[in-house]
Design a protein around this ligand. Structure first.
Ligand SMILES: NC(=O)C1=CN([C@@H]2O[C@H](COP(=O)(O)OP(=O)(O)OC[C@H]3O[C@@H](n4cnc5c(N)ncnc54)[C@H](O)[C@@H]3O)[C@@H](O)[C@H]2O)C=CC1
Ligand SMILES: O=C(O)C(=O)COP(=O)(O)O
Length: 392
């Protein structure tokens, strides 16, 4: 029985994806964590933990280095909540352009019976603009940014995208009418609206800082539905004071933003739709089952892709440091145990490498002894021995 520990609200429909071989929240020694936004940075990861899957996009809440050192694979569920964020951004753009917040607040404050008289007089103060023909800068054109860019085009907006690390796959999803800027200042210089959809990491900390704000036209409206820290909130408050920025919308509140009249804070609801939560949880459960049962890896954060059909009786999966001479040391151990290798694959990502070796017969050797032997190789981080579940 595989043991799963869940954190946060995980959609039951996703949890139901687990087969009868999986138990939820029943063990102190989990094989897998299925999480959303819980901050794992202050926790130590148990040695039993083979995989963490973040149902959603951002993995800044996961201690990736610590997980890798523990031999724990880390995945997210790319794109599972991108449509939810896109729809929210489009909603906010409409809210921003039509003064909806001020207009509905007015109506709530003037609920008296003869309001119809005043309405026709007062409504002029809520005159809006139309999105058609306005310019939107989209910073980060991944799963969320590409959907936002395409939807904004469909509303008749001019869309300028900026993403120096755009993957070839992501590029396929972006309509050709989205103009590509070579630099951040170029992207934002004519923008009526700027929306940021990048991961939080050392490079994106304060990506939108005083300098980036200075490059925007006066009166720009800014959206941060990525993470706290990607926008320098102190710089934004100053820019709001000088009216350089007309309004700031964000999913990530903090004290200095509270009650500022030109700031609208939503409580981290970008991915909070029934559909996105089901998508993320289902994708996460599948990722956990694939990794635990086959060791195959697709799009992990800290391991290379390695996908080998599991047709043999047994499989060794070995996470190790990306240093010379590892494969020969591993195969030497198997040769000493008189094991014949059916299939072998190896790949590396940054400092970490991953080897899969399939064998048809363990020669009645003790599984624990085999794992112990492989673990003796310096630079080996984690060894697993998987058994084919289907009778061959
Ligand atoms: N508010 C919410 O509830 C949600 C927030 N998010 C946040 O949005 C982020 C983006 O989500 P996805 O689009 O799904 O991720 P993604 O990984 O598909 O796309 C991120 C894009 O940002 C680009 N990028 C990275 N560094 C950049 C830089 N310095 N300048 C410009 N572009 C850069 C990457 O090349 C990539 O194309 C997540 O990492 C997460 O922090 C995502 C989903 C929900
Ligand atoms: O997917 C993301 O990066 C999000 O920010 C969504 O977070 P959540 O799963 O709603 O806590």
């Amino acid at each position: 029985m595989y043991q799963i520990k869940t954190y946060n609200a995980i959609a039951p429909a996703g949890l139901n994806t687990f087969t009868a071989d999986y138990a939820l929240n029943q063990s102190e020694h989990p094989d897998a964590y299925l999480i959303r936004s819980v901050n794992l940075h202050d926790e130590s990861l148990p040695t039993s933990l083979k995989v963490i899957v973040r149902a959603g996009a951002g993995v800044n809440n996961v201690p990736i280095k610590q997980a890798t050192a523990n031999g724990t694979a880390v995945f997210n569920t790319p794109g599972s909540n991108a449509n939810a964020v896109k729809e929210l951004i489009i909603g906010l753009l409409i809210m921003a352009s039509r003064n909806l917040l001020a207009a509905t607040t007015y109506s709530a404050q003037h609920a008296e019976a003869d309001i119809s008289q005043r309405t026709e007089h007062d409504k002029t103060q809520f005159n809006g603009i139309e999105l058609t023909g306005k310019t939107l800068a989209v910073i980060g054109l991944g799963h969320v940014g590409s959907l936002v860019a395409n939807a904004a085009l469909n509303l008749g907006m001019n869309v300028i995208g900026y993403d120096p690390y755009l993957s070839a796959d992501a590029a396929w999803n972006i309509a050709k009418q989205v103009q590509r800027a070579a630099t951040l200042p170029d992207a934002v210089k004519n923008a009526d609206f700027v929306t940021v959809h990048v991961p939080k990491n050392a490079d994106t900390y304060h990506l939108i800082d005083e300098k980036a704000l200075a490059a925007m036209p006066a009166g720009v409206q800014l959206f941060n539905y990525s993470r706290l820290g990607i926008v320098d909130n102190t710089a934004v408050i100053s820019a709001l004071t000088t009216k350089k920025v007309a309004h700031y919308y964000t999913d990530f509140g903090e004290t200095q933003l509270a009650e500022h009249p030109a700031v609208t804070v939503t409580p981290h609801i970008g991915g909070s739709t029934i559909e996105a939560e089901i998508n993320g949880a289902t994708q996460a459960a599948r990722t956990i089952m694939t990794y635990l049962e086959t060791g195959n890896v697709h799009a992990a954060i800290n391991l290379p892709d390695l996908n080998v059909p599991f047709n043999a009786a047994y499989r060794f999966t070995i996470i190790h440091q990306n240093v010379p001479n590892m494969v020969s040391q591993i195969t030497a151990k198997l040769a000493t145990a008189n094991l014949n290798i059916a299939t072998m694959a190896n790949a590396a990502k940054n400092q970490t490498a991953y080897t899969i070796i399939d064998v048809d017969d363990l020669q009645q050797l003790s599984q624990t002894d085999l794992i112990t032997e492989l673990n003796k190789i310096p630079a080996v981080i984690r060894v697993r021995l998987l058994k084919q579940s289907v009778n061959l």
